[in-house]
Design a protein around this ligand. Structure first.
Ligand SMILES: [Zn+2]
Ligand SMILES: [Zn+2]
Length: 240
Protein backbone atom coordinates (compact mmCIF):
# COMPACT_ATOMS: atom_id res chain seq x y z
CA UNK A 1 0.00 0.00 0.00
CA UNK A 2 2.78 2.40 1.03
CA UNK A 3 4.54 1.62 -2.21
CA UNK A 4 1.48 2.76 -4.11
CA UNK A 5 0.72 5.69 -1.87
CA UNK A 6 4.07 7.45 -2.23
CA UNK A 7 4.09 8.00 -6.00
CA UNK A 8 0.50 9.19 -5.67
CA UNK A 9 1.53 11.60 -2.93
CA UNK A 10 4.47 12.78 -5.01
CA UNK A 11 2.24 13.53 -7.97
CA UNK A 12 -0.20 15.37 -5.70
CA UNK A 13 2.55 17.42 -4.02
CA UNK A 14 4.14 18.27 -7.34
CA UNK A 15 0.83 19.51 -8.74
CA UNK A 16 0.06 21.47 -5.56
CA UNK A 17 3.52 23.09 -5.62
CA UNK A 18 3.04 24.02 -9.25
CA UNK A 19 -0.07 25.97 -8.24
CA UNK A 20 1.85 28.18 -5.80
CA UNK A 21 5.19 28.60 -7.53
CA UNK A 22 5.55 31.34 -10.16
CA UNK A 23 4.66 30.01 -13.62
CA UNK A 24 7.61 28.46 -15.46
CA UNK A 25 8.17 27.43 -19.06
CA UNK A 26 6.88 23.87 -19.48
CA UNK A 27 10.07 22.95 -21.39
CA UNK A 28 13.12 24.82 -20.01
CA UNK A 29 11.54 25.79 -16.63
CA UNK A 30 12.53 29.46 -17.00
CA UNK A 31 10.23 31.75 -15.06
CA UNK A 32 7.53 33.15 -17.34
CA UNK A 33 6.78 36.88 -17.48
CA UNK A 34 3.49 36.27 -19.27
CA UNK A 35 1.41 33.98 -17.05
CA UNK A 36 -1.04 33.44 -19.94
CA UNK A 37 1.38 31.24 -21.87
CA UNK A 38 2.93 27.89 -20.97
CA UNK A 39 6.11 28.12 -23.06
CA UNK A 40 8.78 30.86 -22.95
CA UNK A 41 9.44 32.94 -26.11
CA UNK A 42 12.81 31.23 -26.81
CA UNK A 43 11.26 27.72 -26.63
CA UNK A 44 8.24 28.89 -28.66
CA UNK A 45 10.56 30.00 -31.47
CA UNK A 46 12.20 26.54 -31.53
CA UNK A 47 9.07 24.36 -31.50
CA UNK A 48 8.68 22.94 -35.02
CA UNK A 49 5.42 21.65 -36.41
CA UNK A 50 5.93 18.51 -38.50
CA UNK A 51 4.10 18.80 -41.81
CA UNK A 52 6.28 18.07 -44.84
CA UNK A 53 8.32 15.01 -45.83
CA UNK A 54 6.02 12.68 -43.88
CA UNK A 55 4.38 9.32 -44.62
CA UNK A 56 0.82 9.84 -45.92
CA UNK A 57 -0.40 6.91 -43.82
CA UNK A 58 1.25 7.19 -40.39
CA UNK A 59 2.75 10.68 -40.41
CA UNK A 60 6.31 9.52 -39.70
CA UNK A 61 9.17 11.49 -41.23
CA UNK A 62 10.27 9.72 -44.43
CA UNK A 63 13.80 8.40 -44.84
CA UNK A 64 14.75 8.63 -48.53
CA UNK A 65 11.03 8.68 -49.45
CA UNK A 66 10.48 5.52 -47.39
CA UNK A 67 8.53 4.90 -44.17
CA UNK A 68 10.25 2.47 -41.80
CA UNK A 69 7.30 2.53 -39.34
CA UNK A 70 4.91 1.17 -42.00
CA UNK A 71 7.51 -1.55 -42.81
CA UNK A 72 7.26 -2.81 -39.21
CA UNK A 73 3.49 -2.72 -38.70
CA UNK A 74 0.55 -3.01 -41.08
CA UNK A 75 -1.32 -0.21 -39.32
CA UNK A 76 -4.96 -0.72 -38.44
CA UNK A 77 -5.91 2.99 -38.17
CA UNK A 78 -7.03 4.90 -41.26
CA UNK A 79 -4.44 7.66 -40.80
CA UNK A 80 -2.13 9.03 -38.15
CA UNK A 81 -0.38 12.36 -37.76
CA UNK A 82 2.15 13.82 -35.29
CA UNK A 83 1.95 17.54 -34.59
CA UNK A 84 5.55 18.33 -33.61
CA UNK A 85 8.94 17.06 -34.56
CA UNK A 86 10.59 15.33 -31.61
CA UNK A 87 13.35 17.77 -30.74
CA UNK A 88 13.70 20.44 -28.07
CA UNK A 89 11.63 21.97 -26.63
CA UNK A 90 9.08 19.23 -27.40
CA UNK A 91 11.17 16.41 -25.87
CA UNK A 92 11.25 18.28 -22.53
CA UNK A 93 7.59 19.24 -22.77
CA UNK A 94 6.42 15.65 -23.24
CA UNK A 95 8.74 14.32 -20.51
CA UNK A 96 7.83 17.09 -18.05
CA UNK A 97 4.17 16.34 -18.72
CA UNK A 98 4.60 12.62 -18.15
CA UNK A 99 7.03 12.53 -15.23
CA UNK A 100 7.13 15.93 -13.47
CA UNK A 101 3.52 17.03 -13.13
CA UNK A 102 3.88 19.86 -15.68
CA UNK A 103 0.29 19.55 -16.78
CA UNK A 104 0.39 22.93 -18.57
CA UNK A 105 2.56 21.27 -21.26
CA UNK A 106 -0.67 19.66 -22.47
CA UNK A 107 -2.12 23.05 -23.42
CA UNK A 108 0.70 23.94 -25.80
CA UNK A 109 0.88 20.44 -27.30
CA UNK A 110 -2.89 20.40 -27.88
CA UNK A 111 -2.72 23.78 -29.64
CA UNK A 112 -0.25 22.35 -32.18
CA UNK A 113 -2.43 19.26 -32.64
CA UNK A 114 -5.50 21.46 -33.21
CA UNK A 115 -3.76 22.84 -36.30
CA UNK A 116 -3.53 19.30 -37.71
CA UNK A 117 -7.26 18.79 -37.06
CA UNK A 118 -8.12 22.08 -38.75
CA UNK A 119 -5.93 21.32 -41.80
CA UNK A 120 -7.07 17.75 -42.53
CA UNK A 121 -10.79 17.33 -43.40
CA UNK A 122 -10.98 13.71 -42.16
CA UNK A 123 -9.92 14.90 -38.70
CA UNK A 124 -12.16 17.93 -38.52
CA UNK A 125 -15.17 15.77 -39.51
CA UNK A 126 -14.68 13.33 -36.58
CA UNK A 127 -17.45 12.75 -34.02
CA UNK A 128 -15.34 12.34 -30.89
CA UNK A 129 -11.84 12.72 -29.49
CA UNK A 130 -10.63 9.75 -27.41
CA UNK A 131 -7.35 9.16 -25.58
CA UNK A 132 -5.09 6.15 -25.16
CA UNK A 133 -5.81 5.05 -21.56
CA UNK A 134 -3.37 4.26 -18.76
CA UNK A 135 -3.76 1.20 -16.59
CA UNK A 136 -5.73 2.40 -13.49
CA UNK A 137 -2.84 1.79 -11.04
CA UNK A 138 -0.46 3.85 -13.14
CA UNK A 139 -3.05 6.62 -13.56
CA UNK A 140 -3.48 6.79 -9.80
CA UNK A 141 0.29 6.95 -9.25
CA UNK A 142 0.71 9.79 -11.74
CA UNK A 143 -2.48 11.53 -10.70
CA UNK A 144 -3.62 11.95 -14.30
CA UNK A 145 -3.35 10.45 -17.77
CA UNK A 146 -1.23 12.79 -19.92
CA UNK A 147 -2.92 11.69 -23.17
CA UNK A 148 -6.36 12.37 -21.68
CA UNK A 149 -5.26 15.87 -20.61
CA UNK A 150 -4.02 16.61 -24.14
CA UNK A 151 -7.25 15.17 -25.62
CA UNK A 152 -9.43 17.36 -23.38
CA UNK A 153 -7.52 20.52 -24.32
CA UNK A 154 -7.73 19.48 -27.97
CA UNK A 155 -11.48 19.15 -27.53
CA UNK A 156 -11.66 22.76 -26.28
CA UNK A 157 -9.59 24.03 -29.22
CA UNK A 158 -11.53 22.13 -31.90
CA UNK A 159 -15.08 21.91 -30.50
CA UNK A 160 -15.07 18.11 -31.09
CA UNK A 161 -16.39 16.33 -27.99
CA UNK A 162 -14.09 14.29 -25.73
CA UNK A 163 -15.31 10.78 -24.91
CA UNK A 164 -13.72 7.92 -23.00
CA UNK A 165 -13.53 5.25 -25.69
CA UNK A 166 -11.05 2.75 -24.26
CA UNK A 167 -9.74 1.11 -21.11
CA UNK A 168 -6.67 -1.00 -20.45
CA UNK A 169 -7.63 -4.51 -19.51
CA UNK A 170 -4.24 -5.60 -18.27
CA UNK A 171 -1.03 -4.14 -16.91
CA UNK A 172 1.69 -3.83 -19.54
CA UNK A 173 5.36 -2.97 -19.17
CA UNK A 174 6.22 0.61 -20.11
CA UNK A 175 6.87 0.73 -23.87
CA UNK A 176 9.78 3.12 -23.34
CA UNK A 177 11.68 0.50 -21.30
CA UNK A 178 11.38 -2.30 -23.85
CA UNK A 179 13.57 -3.12 -26.85
CA UNK A 180 11.89 -2.47 -30.18
CA UNK A 181 11.21 -6.17 -30.87
CA UNK A 182 9.27 -6.56 -27.60
CA UNK A 183 7.37 -3.31 -28.02
CA UNK A 184 5.56 -4.70 -31.03
CA UNK A 185 3.92 -7.53 -29.05
CA UNK A 186 3.78 -6.10 -25.50
CA UNK A 187 0.36 -4.55 -26.04
CA UNK A 188 -1.44 -7.36 -27.85
CA UNK A 189 -5.05 -7.35 -26.63
CA UNK A 190 -4.29 -4.78 -23.89
CA UNK A 191 -7.17 -2.42 -24.76
CA UNK A 192 -10.93 -2.73 -24.65
CA UNK A 193 -13.53 -0.33 -26.02
CA UNK A 194 -16.02 1.32 -23.66
CA UNK A 195 -19.10 3.45 -24.41
CA UNK A 196 -19.70 1.09 -27.31
CA UNK A 197 -23.20 2.32 -28.14
CA UNK A 198 -21.87 5.87 -28.57
CA UNK A 199 -18.83 5.05 -30.68
CA UNK A 200 -20.36 2.43 -32.98
CA UNK A 201 -20.30 3.61 -36.59
CA UNK A 202 -18.50 6.83 -35.64
CA UNK A 203 -15.21 8.43 -36.64
CA UNK A 204 -12.76 9.08 -33.80
CA UNK A 205 -9.58 11.03 -33.26
CA UNK A 206 -7.38 8.88 -31.03
CA UNK A 207 -4.87 10.92 -29.02
CA UNK A 208 -1.56 9.84 -27.50
CA UNK A 209 1.46 11.85 -26.34
CA UNK A 210 4.30 10.29 -28.34
CA UNK A 211 4.38 7.97 -31.40
CA UNK A 212 7.42 5.65 -31.18
CA UNK A 213 6.75 2.43 -33.10
CA UNK A 214 3.03 3.17 -33.46
CA UNK A 215 2.12 -0.07 -31.66
CA UNK A 216 0.12 1.69 -28.90
CA UNK A 217 -2.05 3.54 -31.41
CA UNK A 218 -2.31 0.38 -33.49
CA UNK A 219 -3.53 -1.86 -30.66
CA UNK A 220 -5.95 0.83 -29.45
CA UNK A 221 -7.27 1.21 -32.97
CA UNK A 222 -7.86 -2.57 -33.27
CA UNK A 223 -9.97 -2.53 -30.10
CA UNK A 224 -12.03 0.40 -31.40
CA UNK A 225 -12.61 -1.16 -34.83
CA UNK A 226 -13.57 -4.46 -33.15
CA UNK A 227 -16.26 -2.53 -31.24
CA UNK A 228 -17.73 -1.20 -34.49
CA UNK A 229 -15.98 2.18 -34.77
CA UNK A 230 -16.03 3.16 -38.46
CA UNK A 231 -12.81 5.15 -38.69
CA UNK A 232 -9.86 5.81 -36.36
CA UNK A 233 -7.54 8.77 -36.94
CA UNK A 234 -4.46 8.73 -34.72
CA UNK A 235 -3.01 12.01 -33.50
CA UNK A 236 0.04 12.37 -31.29
CA UNK A 237 1.92 15.39 -29.99
CA UNK A 238 5.24 14.16 -31.37
CA UNK A 239 6.97 11.41 -33.34
CA UNK A 240 9.97 10.04 -31.42
ZN1 LIG B 1 11.49 27.73 -22.31
ZN1 LIG C 1 4.18 5.26 -42.46
Amino acid sequence: MAKRLFPQLNAFLQQTLNLFLPPVCCACQLRLEDSGSSLCPACTSQAQLLSTGICERCGSPLEKDHCTACDQIDFDFELSRNAFSYQEPVISMTQNLKYRGFTHSAIYLAAGMAKVVQNIPEYSACDYICAVPLYPVRRRERGYNQSELIAKHLSKYTGIRYLKGLKRRRYTKSQTKLPRSERLNNLNGAFKAVNRSKIEGKSLILVDDVFTTGSTLNESSKALHAAGVARVYGLTAARA
